[in-house]
Design a protein around this ligand. Structure first.
Ligand code: ADP
Ligand code: MG
Ligand code: MG
Length: 877
C-alpha cells in the first residue's frame, strides 16, 4: 500500500519532493525541537493521484487522512467536534517550490454551531470564538466553494457602517456572532445548501480545494514564470491551530532573518497583536516593526525566543530564513520557515556575508543565487544627477528596488491592456492581491497605498524583480475615478510618474536612467562563477557598442553577429535595393561593390571591440522582400534612381512576395541564388580580419563564418565553396596567413537529422533554437502568442517553448546532432545562439550536452555565466 500521509514526526527537510517545502520544513522544525503545532502532511503524490483519478480523493487516501486525524487527536488530547475539548486545524497548501500566496489556506476548521459555543464558554472569550467561526465560514466559502470573498467583506463593511466604527478591532462578540449567522445565510444563498457542520466533511472538502487550487489561474501563471512543472502537485498540511486572535497577549507576524531588500544581517519583520493568519500581509491594518515587540510586556518574551530561533534556523539551513509565527497568550509558535525570497542585491550580499561568516563555501554561494534574479541589477537605474535635481512628490517603503517610469493605471486589467498596446505603465493600487498578478507582471513598477515590506505587493514584486514602492499612506485614492491625490496634486490615469524602488521615492514625470554596472559584491560573485564555470559564454551582438557592453558584462566572444541590419542604414539601403533591382549579374555586383567597404568597416569595428576574442558572423538571413520599400514615395524614389517606372518596381516587389516567408527564399538559399552576396560578405569579413590582425599583432583574429538555415549538406557545401574560394584568394593576395572557420547554424530539423554528413564539412555548429523550435513544433513564433494562452489554460504547455527550451522534442534533435557530429568531427565546436542561450534552465541543459559555449543578448551574459557555473557545480565538477 502506498503511504500517502506522513505525520510531521515522520518527515524531514530532505523530503521536499514528497511533502512539499512547507511540510518538509515543518517536519524538520518539529524534529529539532522547535515550538511547532503538531500535524501531518498529505503528500504531493496524493495530489497527482487526485488528478489522475479524475479530481477525486480516493478511499485509500481518505482512510489514511482519517487515521492521521486520529493520531493528531491523540497527541493533542483534543477531538474533532468534541463538546469538551474540540480540535481545530489549519489546512495549508505547500508545493516543492514555494509559491507564496498562490494557493489556498483554510484556518479554524472543525468549528460548527455547537463547537463555537463550547469554545466561547470554556475560554471565557466569546469574541475570540465567534471571530474564529466567522473567519472559518468566510475562508471555507471562498476557498472550498469559491463564493467570492467580497460578499463577506461587504457584510463586514455594512456592519461597521451601521455601528459607526472603522476598525475590525472594535467589533464585539455579538457582532461576530451576528456576522457568522449572516455568513452562513450567504453561503446557503450562494451554494444552495447548508454550511457543513461535520468536521470530517469540512476536512475532505478543504483538502480537495487545496489540490484544486494547484490548478488555479494565478498558480499556473506563477509556475510558468518560475519554471515549476505542473506535474509536481502540491502537498496539503493539516496542522493544529494556535491562536493569535485571543486578545492583546496574542498576535502573529512574519520575519526574515536578514533584511530581504538590502541583505543586512539584522532581523527584519512585522507583527500585529490580536489577529490571525494573513492579516499581517493583507494590508488591512498597517503592521508594527518586529523590534517593537520588545517594548510590549505581553510580547517581550516571545520576541527574545524568536530571535534565538531565527538564528538557530539560519544556522540550520545555512541561508536567510523567511518565517511565520504566532503568539498565543504570550507563547511563541513557529508556523513556517523557508529560504527567504530576496532582491538580487540582498542575494549577493547575503551570499558573500555567509562565506565571510564561514557558514558556506564559494560554490554554495554561487549556487544559492537565482540567476534570473540578476536581471534587476542589469537594468537601468535613475541617473544620479537627475535624482539629485528632482523633488519627490512622496515617499513610502522601498519594497523592491529598481527604477521605473510610466503611465499610472489603477487596475490590473488596465495594466495588462495598456501594456499590450505598447504602453509602459505603473500600477497604482490600494493594495494588491493574488488576482492582480498578471497586471503586476505587465506593469513596469507597482505603487501601493497600504501594506508593509512583507505585503503581497512587496513580496511578489521582489520575486518578479520588479520595482515596487509600498505603503504610501499619504495618497488619497479615488479608484472609481481612476485618480489619486498626493501632496495636494491630482494624478489621473495616464499621467507619467516615476518610482525609485531603492529609496521609496515617488516622482512626477519621467526621470532619465543609466546603465547598471558590475561592482562590489556582484563582481565578487561573478569572479567565483568564472572560477567554477567550464562552458564559455558569448553574446549576440551586431554592433561594436553592444559587443563592448557585453564584454564589460563578461562575454567571451560573439556567438551571433547578424549582418542584415547593416544593410538598413541610410547610406546602404539604396545600394542594397539597387542590388535587388539589378537585371544582371554585373548590375548586382556593381551594387554590392558599393556596399563592400561599408560592410568591411562594420566588421573592423567589431573585431576591434572584441580584441581577439572569437566572433561568429552570420551571413545574410532574411528574405529580400524585407528590404524593398513599402511606401509609395520610397517606391517612386527607387524607380527614379534606377531609371525604372513605378510599375516596374511594383512588379518586382510583387515577384518577391512569398506566402510563407519564414520558410521561403532566405538564409543560405539566398546565397545559392545569388552567390555574389556571399562573395561580397566573405571579402568584407576577411579583409577586415586581415586589417585588424595587422594593426594588432598581439591579438589572434580567426573569423568564424556562419551559413544560416541549411537543411541539406549540399547547400552548405555550395556556399562553403564560395566562401573558401573567395577567402583563400583574399588571403593569398594580402600575403597573410589568416586562419578562418566556416560553420553552420543548426535550425532546420533536417540539418540535425543529417548532422553526421554536415559535421564532416563544418568547423562548427551553432544551434539557432528560435527557428529550430519554430520548425520542430511547426508553429510561428510571431503568431503563437495569440493562442498560447489557451494552451496554458488547458495545461497543454507549461511554458512558452520559445522562452524555455523544449528539452523533450527540440532537445532530442540537439542531443542527436551532438551524437552524430562528434564521432565524425571530434574537434567540432558546438554552441547555441538562440534566445534560449540566456535562459538558466536551458543553459544548464546545454552544459549537459557538452556545448563549448552559449551565446545570449548582452544583458543576459551575467545570468548565463552564473547558470553555467551552477550547472558545473551541480554536475560535481
Ligand atoms: P501561505 O503559503 O499562503 O503563506 P500558509 O499555509 O502559510 O499560507 O498560511 C497562511 C497563514 O495562516 C500563516 O501565515 C499563519 O498566519 C496562518 N496559519 C497557518 N497555519 C496556522 C496554524 N496552525 N495556526 C494558526 N495560524 C496558522
Ligand atoms: Mg505561509
Ligand atoms: Mg534563424
Amino acid at each position: 500500500m502506498v503511504k500517502w500521509v506522513y505525520m510531521f514526526t515522520e518527515g524531514d527537510a530532505t523530503m521536499k519532493n514528497l511533502l512539499g517545502g512547507k511540510g518538509a520544513n515543518l517536519s524538520e522544525m518539529v524534529n529539532i525541537g522547535l515550538p511547532v503545532p503538531q500535524g501531518f502532511v498529505v503528500s504531493t503524490e496524493a495530489c497527482t493521484q487526485y488528478y489522475s483519478d479524475g479530481e477525486v480523493i480516493n478511499e485509500e487516501i481518505q482512510g489514511q487522512i482519517m487515521d492521521a486525524i486520529g493520531k493528531l487527536e491523540e497527541v493533542s488530547g483534543k477531538k474533532f467536534g468534541d463538546s469538551e475539548n474540540p480540535l481545530l486545524v489549519a489546512i495549508r497548501s505547500g508545493s516543492r517550490a514555494s509559491m507564496p500566496g498562490m494557493m489556498d489556506t483554510v484556518l479554524n476548521l472543525g468549528l460548527n454551531d455547537d463547537v463555537v459555543e463550547v469554545l466561547a464558554e470554556k475560554s471565557g472569550n466569546p469574541r475570540w470564538a465567534w471571530d474564529c467561526y466567522r473567519r472559518f465560514i468566510q475562508m471555507y466559502s471562498d476557498v472550498v466553494m469559491e463564493v467570492g470573498k467580497k460578499y463577506f467583506e461587504e457584510l463586514i463593511d455594512e456592519m461597521k457602517e451601521e455601528k459607526g466604527i472603522v476598525e475590525d478591532e472594535d467589533l464585539t462578540a455579538e457582532d461576530f456572532q451576528k456576522l457568522a449567522g449572516q455568513f452562513k445565510a450567504e453561503y446557503k444563498a450562494k451554494v444552495g445548501e447548508d454550511f457543513p457542520a461535520d468536521p470530517k466533511v469540512q476536512l475532505m472538502g478543504s483538502v480537495k480545494a487545496v489540490f484544486r487550487s494547484w490548478n488555479n489561474k494565478r498558480a499556473n501563471v506563477y509556475r510558468r514564470d518560475h519554471d515549476i512543472p505542473h506535474h509536481w502537485g502540491t502537498a496539503v498540511n493539516v496542522q493544529e491551530m494556535v491562536f493569535g486572535n485571543l486578545g492583546e497577549s496574542s498576535g502573529s507576524g512574519v520575519a526574515f532573518s536578514r533584511d530581504p531588500s538590502t541583505g543586512e544581517n539584522k532581523l527584519y519583520g512585522e507583527y500585529l497583536t490580536n489577529c490571525q493568519g494573513e492579516d499581517v500581509v493583507a494590508g488591512i491594518r498597517t503592521p508594527n516593526k518586529i523590534e517593537l515587540m520588545a517594548d510590549d510586556p505581553h510580547m517581550a518574551k516571545a520576541y527574545e525566543d524568536f530571535k534565538v530561533i531565527s538564528k538557530k534556523l539560519e544556522n540550520h539551513y545555512k541561508d536567510m530564513q523567511d518565517m511565520e509565527f504566532t503568539v498565543e497568550n504570550e507563547k511563541l509558535y513557529i508556523l513556517q520557515t523557508r529560504n527567504g525570497k530576496r532582491t538580487a542585491q540582498a542575494a549577493l550580499k547575503i551570499a558573500c556575508d555567509l562565506v565571510d561568516e564561514g557558514m558556506i563555501d564559494e560554490k554554495t554561494a554561487v549556487s544559492m543565487i537565482e540567476p534570473r534574479n540578476l536581471d534587476t541589477l542589469l537594468h537601468p537605474q535613475f541617473e544620479t544627477a537627475a535624482l539629485t535635481a528632482a523633488t519627490p512628490i512622496g515617499k513610502a517603503l522601498p519594497a523592491s528596488p529598481g527604477a521605473a517610469s510610466g503611465k499610472a493605471v489603477f487596475t490590473a486589467e488596465d495594466a495588462k491592456e495598456w501594456e499590450a498596446k505598447g504602453e509602459t505603465v505603473i500600477l497604482v493600487r490600494m493594495e494588491t492581491s493574488p488576482e492582480d498578478i498578471e497586471g503586476m507582471k505587465a506593469a513596469k513598477g507597482i505603487l501601493t497605498v497600504r501594506g508593509g515590506m512583507t505585503s503581497h505587493a512587496a513580496v511578489v514584486a521582489r520575486g518578479m524583480g520588479k520595482c515596487c514602492v509600498s505603503g504610501c499612506t499619504e495618497i488619497v485614492m479615488d479608484e472609481a475615478n481612476k485618480k489619486f491625490t498626493l501632496g495636494g496634486i491630482d494624478y489621473h490615469e495616464g499621467d507619467i510618474i516615476s518610482l525609485d524602488g531603492s529609496t521609496g521615492n515617488i516622482y512626477a514625470g519621467a526621470l532619465p536612467t543609466m546603465d547598471a554596472s558590475i561592482a562590489g559584491e556582484f563582481a565578487r560573485i561573478m569572479e567565483w562563477t568564472d572560477k567554477y564555470r567550464k562552458m564559455k559564454v558569448r553574446t549576440n551582438a551586431d554592433s561594436p557598442e553592444d559587443a563592448r557592453k557585453a564584454r564589460e558584462l563578461g562575454a567571451e566572444g560573439i556567438g551571433l553577429c547578424r549582418t542584415e541590419h547593416m544593410f538598413f542604414e541610410a547610406d546602404r539601403i539604396d545600394a542594397f535595393r539597387e542590388m535587388i533591382c539589378a537585371d544582371s549579374l554585373e548590375g548586382r555586383k556593381a551594387a554590392l561593390d558599393k556596399i563592400l567597404p561599408m560592410q568591411q568597416a562594420d566588421f573592423e569595428g567589431i573585431y576591434k571591440a572584441l580584441e581577439g576574442e572569437p566572433v561568429t558572423i552570420r551571413f545574410l538571413d532574411p528574405p529580400l522582400h524585407e528590404f524593398v520599400p513599402t511606401e509609395e514615395a520610397d517606391i517612386k524614389k527607387l524607380a527614379d534612381a534606377q531609371g525604372k517606372t513605378v510599375e516596374q518596381i511594383k512588379t518586382l516587389i510583387d515577384s518577391l512576395h512569398e506566402f510563407n516567408p519564414m520558410l521561403g527564399h532566405r538564409g543560405c538559399r539566398l546565397a545559392v541564388t545569388y552567390p555574389e552576396i556571399a562573395e561580397m560578405q566573405t571579402k568584407a569579413v576577411i579583409r577586415a580580419a586581415i586589417k585588424v590582425q595587422k594593426d594588432h599583432p598581439e591579438w589572434k583574429v580567426v573569423p568564424e563564418i556562419m551559413v544560416p538555415l541549411i537543411g541539406e549538406v549540399k547547400e552548405f557545401v555550395f556556399v562553403k565553396n564560395v566562401v573558401v574560394e573567395t577567402a583563400d584568394a583574399e588571403i593569398k593576395a594580402a600575403g597573410s596567413d589568416l586562419e578562418y572557420m566556416v560553420g553552420t547554424m543548426m535550425e532546420i530539423p533536417r540539418a540535425c537529422l543529417t548532422a553526421d554528413a554536415v559535421a564532416k564539412e563544418a568547423d562548427f555548429f551553432s544551434f539557432g533554437t528560435n527557428d529550430l523550435t519554430q520548425m520542430t513544433y511547426g508553429l510561428s513564433r510571431d503568431d503563437a502568442g495569440k493562442f498560447f494562452e489557451s494552451y496554458y489554460d488547458a495545461n497543454i504547455y507549461d511554458n512558452d517553448p520559445f522562452v524555455k527550451l523544449d528539452q523533450v522534442g527540440v532537445g532530442k534533435l540537439m542531443e542527436m546532432t551532438v551524437e552524430l557530429a562528434k564521432p565524425v568531427n571530434p574537434g567540432i565546436k558546438i554552441g547555441i545562439c538562440g534566445e534560449h542561450g540566456g535562459d538558466p534552465t536551458s543553459v544548464e541543459y546545454c552544459y549537459s550536452l557538452g556545448f563549448d559555449y552559449v551565446s545570449c543578448s548582452p544583458f543576459r551574459v551575467p545570468i548565463a555565466r552564473l547558470a553555467a557555473a551552477q550547472a558545473a557545480i551541480k554536475a560535481g565538477e
